[in-house]
Design a protein around this ligand. Sequence first.
Ligand SMILES: [Zn+2]
Length: 102
Amino acid sequence: MKIRTGDNVKVIAGREKGKTGKVMQSFPKEGKVVVEHLNTRTRHLKARQNSKGQRVEFSAPIAVANVMFVCPKCSAPTRTGKATLADGKKVRVCKKCKEQLA
Ligand SMILES: [Zn+2]
């Protein structure tokens, strides 16, 4: 998967189209990511003896195919590529500005 936890992404399809956010969690097996404050759902908790009923907002995972990586260097939605450094190390790079990514 080309998107990792901590990356900034832009949503390109679906309910949150056009919005950007930070990846909080990634699920490579399902091909999904959780983006902070996006695709929120409300969980309604029933009152129990020691707590009141409440509504809890949380972000549901969205398909990684519907988001694009946003480069921190050139701040454009791009794709990531791989590059090999002179010392043989593999790094992620921005396809647009060729900058190395953490
Ligand atoms: Zn870039």
